[in-house]
Design a binder for this molecule. Structure first.
Ligand code: PLP
Length: 333
């Protein structure tokens, strides 16, 4: 693979650390847990969308855009980081926010919503759950074009073949880093949401012939639907990267058991996992993605899924600003 052929902006100095989770591992027993700290990526508050935006913003700039339009849930980390990247590039940013839980939008809410305001979003367009977000973004873009502006639309989660290149690059970074650490990892556990992270990472691992399973913990969709979304994006990436062979459908591992009542809905296991990791490792997970993913990892460990393995790597994709929209659930009563 030659990722240099794709224009890229840089938003992180250096690479993100891989840390051994000493105290959590001691509690869990085996295998030993490691964490790739993508919560420490650049842009306001960091997180996985920063890697995707390096390629997406470069594409927007190449196309002469003056305004970025994207969409997400009302506490979207992706929207926060897209707005942050637009600020860095001196572009305007408008957000289409989907109220996936009815009546849940509060313009004065904390967490990422507060940061939309602080970072100076140009406009927020709130739509009901289940709305056609692409259509709404097209409408916003057309209105801007009519004023002579140049909008660029980034899909939800930044998960198209351009954005997912960020996680192909992450796979390269990680493999080199593990080599230098002399650390042999048996499996990677990540969140599988809009699928760019899972698909990019898996494509990068497969294209390197590294044979490390990538286990996706799903936070919004059923296993079959999610696997198909990951597979479709892997195929687009394989084409873009000119790979002889991309990931096979059988390479895609998805668990749907940790979603609870739905996207962004609190589960007991998530609350436990977020507290445990904060209190053992002083690492802040988030309620919507990484908290549920860690809950999944710990449950799979208890069930013996990793029994033959020595070292597991948890990909921390960020999201801790959203904790501040959920404080009521975390105070010990
Ligand atoms: C968006 C997001 C994810 C999911 O990544 P996808 O590429 O959308 O699958 C995981 N964790 C956090 C904190 C996120 O914001």
């Amino acid at each position: 693979m030659n990722l240099c052929q794709f224009p890229r902006r840089r938003y992180t100095v250096g690479i993100t650390p891989v840390e051994k989770l000493e105290r959590l591992s001691a509690l869990v027993g085996s295998p030993t847990l490691y964490c790739k700290r993508d919560d420490l990526l650049g842009l306001a508050g960091g997180g996985n969308k920063t890697r995707k935006l390096e390629f997406l913003m470069a594409d927007a700039l190449a196309k002469g855009a003056d305004t970025i339009i994207t969409c997400g849930a009302i506490q979207s980390n992706h929207c926060r980081l897209t707005l942050a990247a637009a600020n860095k590039e001196g572009l305007f940013c408008q957000l289409v926010l989907e109220q996936r839980v009815p009546n849940s939008y509060d313009s004065l809410a904390s967490g990422n919503n507060f940061l939309f305001n602080l970072l100076g979003v140009e406009a927020v367009h709130v739509v009901d759950g289940g709305s056609n977000l692409k259509e709404k973004m097209d409408t916003v873009a057309n209105a801007l074009r009519a004023q002579g502006r140049k909008p660029y639309i980034i899909p939800g989660g930044g998960s198209n073949a351009i954005g997912a290149l960020g996680y192909v690059a992450c796979a390269q970074e990680l493999l080199q880093q593990l080599f230098e650490m002399e650390l042999n990892i048996d499996a990677i556990v990540c969140t599988s949401g809009s699928a760019g992270t899972h698909a990019g990472l898996l494509t990068g691992i497969v294209a390197s012939n590294a044979h490390i399973p990538v286990i996706g913990i799903c936070i919004n969709r059923k296993k079959e639907e999610q696997s198909q979304a990951v597979y479709d994006l892997c195929n687009q990436l394989a084409l873009k990267l000119n790979l002889k062979e991309g990931p096979a459908y059988d390479d895609i591992i998805v668990f749907e058991e940790y979603i609870g009542e739905g996207y962004s809905r609190v589960t007991e296991d998530m609350l436990e996992a977020v507290k445990l990791v904060a209190r053992t490792e002083a690492i802040l997970l988030d309620p919507v993605y990484t908290g549920k993913t860690m809950a999944g990892l710990l449950d799979l460990q208890r069930k013996g899924y990793f029994n033959q393995m020595q070292n597991i790597l948890f990909l921390h994709t960020g999201g801790s600003p959203a904790l501040f929209a959920y404080t009521g659930y975390f105070f010990d009563k």
